[in-house]
Design a binder for this molecule. Structure first.
Ligand code: RB5
Length: 150
């Protein structure tokens, strides 16, 4: 399993902390930047680059970061096939995988500390989708995306 990670300029430090954590855990990832604390990037581009890798099948899951986590999640959720969840607590990070089959975890560097963020990453990556009745609801999201939900 390969994880796409990306951030805007408001979340470079958090992205680097998560990248180091993934290294420690032996999780395979591709870093879509930014690559330097001085670099500037508007948050929709962080979503675009990481989520494209999910759409293409290169990566299975993504972690996309900005100041709040909200901007990157809004942008990511405009992309077909992407189910992005902005999380700041462990229950949400776990259950958005289990029940929503979320494929992108969004967090905000200005909202949560690095320790909690890494814990949410671990939960998100370790939790499988439960399927069953939840699969019906995720299918409804997909129909909504196509304008086919009646
Ligand atoms: C950038 O200053 C900030 O607006 C952005 O990182 C994010 O918080 C938007 O949702």
């Amino acid at each position: 399993m390969k994880v796409a990670i990306a951030c805007d300029h408001a979340a470079f430090r958090l992205k680097e902390a998560i990248r180091a954590h993934l290294e420690e855990q032996g999780v395979s990832y591709r870093d879509f930047g930014i690559y330097d604390a001085g670099e500037k990037r508007d948050y929709p581009y962080a979503s675009l680059y990481a989520c494209r890798a999910i759409q293409s099948g290169e990566c299975e899951l993504g972690i996309v970061l900005c100041g709040t986590g909200v901007g990157v999640s809004m942008a990511a959720n405009k992309m077909p096939g992407i189910r992005a969840a902005c999380c700041g607590d462990s229950f949400s990070a776990q259950y958005t995988r289990a029940h929503n089959n979320a494929n992108v975890l969004c967090m905000g560097e200005r909202v949560i500390g690095e320790g909690l963020a890494c814990q949410l990453v671990d939960l998100f990556l370790a939790t499988p989708f439960e399927g069953g009745r939840h699969a019906r609801r995720v299918a409804q999201i997909e129909a909504l995306e196509k304008g086919e939900l009646e």
